[in-house]
Design a protein around this ligand. Structure first.
Ligand code: HEM
Length: 452
């Protein structure tokens, strides 16, 4: 080895001169308030003034570069995990240290190896029947011609689906989890945007209540894990809990009960409200587009799903449920297009803004599923599930669930088109939902549509 190359090998990583995007001259506290309570409005206003890339300065999250450019999103999502990683603070304070949301680098990679197989297409095929059964069970009580908010029943369907397919819960434990989880998730998603207080908190404070839910949940999970392990059919069970209990890391070790409890909670919180909100938006969108609804109905009487899939994609694009995702910069400087971002900054991909780019989606405000007939959406501009090594682990699961629930409703009910104005977008802490809950009027078909 020559002297020059030895010197090169020993040299610290190149530190480039910083070049950060423009930042609004709005005080940090005010930006923080806007981010927490009127995020879309604030970020859209900044984008009109500064374009696709600008810098925020927020309490809790610090300096955040907000990006709505597919080339930059690609660069971030594909970057080395030693250069950029999990956001700080991570969601560990909500889900615990055993959650994939708490892990970074190699620990994250090892966990994803265990977590990914239960969410592969083959595993999801086993769950399709549960998606349909839970939809029919919930729809049994729907009254003809009475308007109702779809978000509520959809939330019950997606919760039951997760409790059965992911937790493998039945009977008493299913009921206990069903009772504590909805208020807990609502509280947790509101607190997710706030820093956790460092001192001990009273039982009546929101953080104290969160702890109490957690205590109850841990008790139920311990009993559930013991029951699943003792099941004579343990080796053949296809719920995610059993799959996680059976799987091992590369070194042969397995996940501890605590890690499993944290991870199950993560899957539930990440998968329940997001999927229900997507479904509520689908109903809100199709009732306002009778021509789309008519095509969906015609297709529901067949085994095809191409148009339904296009409707789901267009709903996710135009009514994005999770509006952004971020990574933390670990290296001294991170080159992002022409920008040079310093260590400690976070880079946030603005998913909602990206989905409204006219460059990739001409006439972006138009709801037009036809965009995806015979054409796949552009990979790094259409990112409802994020991207790269941290891309949503439940993306395929959510897609099949939305597809089967929608197909089941279309086959069993006549959905009335609506001339009501579009529902406004409402933030529920983490997910964006239709403000009036995706109200619809339906009537049960005397004979369900059937593909055969
Ligand atoms: C339509 C429904 C859903 C939407 C819109 C959604 C969206 C997202 C987004 C945007 C991320 C962040 C990805 C990134 O940082 O690049 C994510 C992560 C995640 N999602 Fe989903 N998700 C949905 C359903 C689900 C379901 C059904 C599950 C599981 C049952 C799930 C489990 C997760 C997990 C565990 C992560 C963290 C992945 C990691 O950090 O490695 N999600 N999701």
């Amino acid at each position: 080895m020559t002297e020059a190359t030895t010197a090169e090998a020993a040299a610290p990583p190149a530190v480039r001169a910083l070049k950060t995007p423009p930042s609004p001259r709005v005080p940090r506290l005010l930006q923080g308030l806007g981010f927490a309570v009127a995020r879309r409005r604030m970020l859209d206003a900044f984008a009109r003034r500064y374009g696709n890339v600008f810098a925020l300065n927020l309490p809790v999250f610090g300096h955040v570069i907000n990006v709505a450019d597919p080339a930059l999103a690609k660069q971030l999502f594909m970057a080395n995990t030693t250069d950029v990683g999990n956001i700080r603070p991570s969601l560990e304070r909500i889900f615990g240290p055993g959650s994939v949301f708490a892990l970074d680098g190699d620990d994250h990679r090892r966990r994803r190896k265990i977590l990914t197989p239960p969410f592969h297409g083959k595993s999801i095929k086993n769950y399709e029947q549960t998606f349909e059964t839970e939809t029919l069970r919930e729809a049994a009580d729907w009254s003809d011609d009475v308007p109702f908010e779809t978000l509520e029943p959809m939330s019950r369907i997606t919760l039951n689906v997760i409790l059965r397919t992911v937790f493998g819960a039945e009977g008493e434990k299913l009921d206990e989890l069903r009772r504590i989880i909805p208020p807990w998730v609502t509280l947790g998603s509101r607190l997710a945007m706030l820093p956790a207080p460092s001192r001990t908190y009273g039982r009546r404070t929101p953080w104290g209540r969160l702890n109490e839910y957690r205590r109850q949940y841990d008790g139920i999970l311990d009993r559930l894990i013991a029951e699943v392990k003792a099941d004579p059919d343990f080796e053949r069970r296809d719920d995610v809990l059993a799959l996680l209990l059976r799987s091992t890391y590369e070194d042969g070790s397995s996940m501890s009960s605590r890690e499993i409890a944290d991870e199950m909670l993560t899957l539930l919180a990440a998968g329940h409200e997001t999927t229900a909100s997507t479904l509520a938006w689908v109903f809100e969108r199709v009732t306002r587009h009778p021509e789309v609804l008519a095509k969906l109905v015609a297709e529901a009487a067949t085994d095809d799903s191409q148009y339904r899939q296009a409707v789901i994609l267009e709903t996710q694009r135009t009514r994005t449920v999770i509006d952004g995702t971020a990574r933390h910069v670990y290296v001294p400087t991170f080159q992002l297009g022409d920008w040079v971002i310093p260590k400690g900054h976070q880079i946030r991909v603005d998913i909602a803004m990206m989905h409204r780019r006219a460059e990739e989606f001409p006439d972006p405000a138009r709801f037009d599923p036809q965009r995806y007939i015979g054409e796949r959406p552009p990979t790094f501009a259409f990112i409802p599930f994020g991207g790269g090594t941290r891309r949503c682990v439940g993306a395929a699961f959510a897609n099949v669930e939305v597809d089967v629930v929608l197909r089941t409703v279309l086959r069993h009910f006549i959905i009335e088109p609506s001339t009501a104005p579009d529902e406004k977008v409402h933030s529920r802490g983490v997910a964006y939902t239709p403000k009036a809950g995706g109200r619809v009027v339906m009537r049960r078909r005397s004979t369900p549509l059937s593909a055969t």
